[in-house]
Design a protein around this ligand. Structure first.
Ligand code: GDP
Ligand code: IMO
Ligand code: MG
Length: 423
């Protein structure tokens, strides 16, 4: 049976999914996003240029490749139109190759307004949302109030839009006042709908199953990371969708037995942007050095990312949840300048050492049990094969593999497309 392969992040997002999807895309006919929305920022670097994609799948720069936005995605037409314009400016011919599911939900201007108001209301307890309207849109989806891409063509579209908007305006009364120019945002929103409706709007579930049945090779591109999953992440400091492999089934309409390779991506260290627990976080000079060398600033919001060492219990947990069949390590080059490199092997809380990710990672007495490995202290530019890597880097990779029995089949040594060692 022809199967769909999956690439997703095993940490708190920004693992370098965009780069790896772009690299692997030439081996596929279709790349499909299955969840999330413009909270994602996927960076691609090639031919001296840098591109950041938010809604558009990362296969868009590969000629002839179909890029599909699945039903599990929430789409903001304004952000989407901006992305399409910048693709046009880069002379990327996408019109016949970019497809959108009829069942993808629309982010309304008032969803963004609600997101900002809800975060303001939470004060210190805020999630640190990207404020793209993700939470409120998924709430309307599960609350059965949402508006979908396919609804734009419906004769009662305006009626439904106004009903939902008015509901939002009522809700906003319970929140602190936020500066928001609704008239301006609305005008821009309606104007941007034409860019969306000019594309092929499809029944994603039929499209993808027909494609599988006719032998097409499909790659599903995750957004965010497994530790931000609505069910299994560090709740409530998570996003509002299922970011794990299971999300591919519901976000595209494919059955579980159709899932093939699952490539889990981890940075060589760990980052998180926004609030929430982060046991191996480094709040010292070492953390600052990781941020500086790794250029750890959000692709979507520009916020500085929190940095820390790689976390083994967390990786084991997300490998388990996703059914990861192979691993990819990104940003190993960032560790070139470190004398020693940390690995968090376990957690210690209440005096008990464990590898289990606890129900509440927020506990105050939670600590990581650290092991320090020697660094390699040299650039990796000359390594084109796995065996060329310095012994200390190989030791670092092997030590991580020992913990789980899944192999690293790819190691990324720089942001550029070609900086990838495939084993
Ligand atoms: P995504 O959201 O998972 O696609 O990741 P982001 O694009 O938000 O963040 C990853 C950042 O790391 C981007 O700036 C990439 O250009 C960069 N990057 C990806 N792989 C590597 C790598 O191997 N080394 C270095 N130094 N940077 C990388
Ligand atoms: P990519 O796909 C990193 C984080 C936010 C916040 C929490 C909830 O680029 O890896 P939301 O906007 O969903 O309400 O935010 O999730 N977050 C991300 N962090 N990478 C992302 O996407 C993220 N998308 C959301 O910072 O803590
Ligand atoms: Mg990102």
């Amino acid at each position: 049976m022809n199967k769909i392969d999956v690439i997703l992040g095993l940490q708190w997002g920004d693992e370098g999914k965009g780069k790896i999807v772009d690299y692997l895309a030439t081996s596929y006919d279709i790349v499909a996003r299955f969840q999330g929305g413009p909270n994602a920022g996927h960076t691609l670097k090639f031919d001296g240029n840098k591109y950041v994609l938010h809604t558009v799948p990362s296969g868009i720069f590969r000629e002839n490749l179909i890029n599909l936005i699945g039903n599990g995605v929430v789409l903001d037409p304004i952000v989407f139109q901006k992305e399409l314009r910048s693709l046009e400016a880069s002379k990327v011919m996408f019109h016949s190759r970019l497809l959108v599911s009829k069942k993808a939900h629309l982010i309304l201007p008032t969803h963004r307004w609600l997101d900002a108001a809800s975060e303001a209301h939470k004060g210190k307890a805020k999630i640190g949302s990207t404020l793209k309207g993700i939470g409120p849109t998924y709430m309307d989806k599960t609350g059965r109030n949402g508006i979908r891409v396919g609804d734009i063509a419906s004769p009662d579209f305006m009626e439904r839009y106004n009903a939902l908007k008015n509901k939002h305006l009522e809700l906003l009364k319970i929140y602190p006042a936020i500066d928001f120019n609704l008239d301006k945002e609305e005008a821009e929103w309606f104007d941007s709908l034409s860019a969306l409706t000019a594309l092929q709007v499809v029944d994603c579930e039929y499209y993808i199953n027909d494609a599988l049945n006719t032998g097409k090779r499909i790659l599903a591109e995750g957004a965010q990371g497994s530790m931000l999953d609505i069910d299994f992440g560090t709740y409530p400091f998570v996003t509002s969708s299922n970011t794990i492999t299971a999300g591919v089934c519901t976000g595209l309409g494919v059955a579980p037995q159709r899932i093939g390779r699952v490539i889990g991506i981890t940075k060589a260290y760990c980052t998180r942007v926004g609030s929430g627990p982060f046991p191996s976080e480094l709040l010292d000079e070492v953390g600052n050095k990781l941020r500086e060398i790794g250029n750890e600033f959000g692709s979507t919001t520009g916020r500085p990312r929190r940095c820390g060492w790689i976390d083994i219990p967390q990786l084991k947990y997300t490998i388990m949840l996703n059914g990861v069949t192979e691993l990819c390590m990104t940003k190993i080059d960032v560790l070139n300048a470190f004398e020693s490199i940390g690995i968090a092997n376990a957690y210690n809380y209440g005096g008990i050492e464990t590898e289990i990710v606890p129900f509440d990672l927020n506990m105050n007495d939670m600590q990581s049990v650290m092991e320090m490995l020697p660094g390699w202290n040299c650039p990796l530019d000359s390594a084109s094969q796995y065996e060329d890597l310095p012994e200390a880097a190989l030791h670092f990779i092997r030590t991580l593999e020992n913990h789980r029995g899944v192999r690293f089949t790819m190691t990324s040594t720089g942001p550029e497309r070609e900086k990838l060692i495939v084993r």
